[in-house]
Write a protein that binds this ligand. Structure first.
Ligand SMILES: O=c1ccn([C@@H]2O[C@H](COP(=O)(O)O)[C@@H](O)[C@H]2O)c(=O)[nH]1
Length: 232
């Protein structure tokens, strides 16, 4: 059976005050919230704790990428906030991924630990410029195998790679896909994109959607329309 997709709204706002009007209109049973670098840097851990206290599943998207010891400590600090999911960059390497995994070993209810493969804003020419000659899909497959081998729960990739990763890693491996764009929406800096309807048909567990919601005239209505399209 195809898994149901949950929309996580990327709260890419400058500060908590800017984010609250949308959050106040959301139901924690219907969507999750993603807090990324901009909002976390501005609003801090207290803001995240408040979202958790309101029963939202929070994806703390800080994409840790550092030496193993530093990442392990950051992972524990993030887990202590009670969030539902955290992430690290797979390209930090095996020892970093193992350190991140081991950092959560003694948590009774650890957050999901996910590895970023190839950012959805990147295409082949971007990879080549940083010395990676593989096509994005090949590099995603390579890094997903590394992450799964280490025992992580899933990966961030684009929806375009979902079917391939499901085949390689199985359907229980959690896929988190940004780069979701309703038909006609601006692509912006994203390069590997897919519509919410197509992504949901593939049984992707987490659809991350930011600007098509947050920059709409009525963000709550934009989210509702996207969610209706997933089941339609
Ligand atoms: O590969 C990645 C990893 C993370 N993101 C994050 O997702 C959202 C996408 O926002 P949109 O406005 O829908 O483009 C954003 O917070 C990114 O930091 C990603 O896009 N790609």
């Amino acid at each position: 059976m195809t898994q149901q997709s949950t929309v996580f709204v990327a709260l890419d706002y400058a500060n908590a005050e800017a984010a609250w009007p949308l959050i106040e209109q959301l139901n924690p049973e219907q969507c999750g919230l993603k807090v990324g670098k901009e909002l976390f840097t501005a609003a801090g851990p207290e803001f995240v704790r408040e979202l958790v206290a309101r029963d939202f599943r929070v994806f703390l998207d800080l994409k840790f990428h550092d030496i193993p010891t530093t990442v392990a400590k950051a992972v524990r600090a993030a887990a202590d906030l009670g969030v539902w999911m955290i992430n690290v960059h797979a390209s930090g390497g095996r020892r970093m991924l193992v350190a991140a995994r081991d950092a959560l070993a003694d948590y009774p209810n650890p957050p999901l630990l996910i590895a970023v493969t190839v950012l959805t804003s990147m295409e082949a020419s971007d990879l080549a410029e940083v010395g990676v000659q593989r096509q994005p899909a090949e590099q995603v497959k390579y890094l997903a195998a590394l992450a799964q081998g280490v025992g992580l729960d899933g990966v961030v990739c684009s929806a375009q790679e979902a079917a391939m990763i499901q085949q390689e890693c199985g359907k229980d491996f959690v896929l988190v896909t940004p780069g979701i764009r309703p038909a006609g929406a601006e692509q912006g800096d994203q390069r590997r994109v897919m519509t919410p309807e197509e992504a949901a048909k593939q049984g992707i567990q987490v659809l991350v959607i930011g600007r098509p919601i947050t920059q709409a005239d009525d963000p709550a209505a934009a989210l509702a329309a996207i969610q209706a399209s997933l089941t339609g």
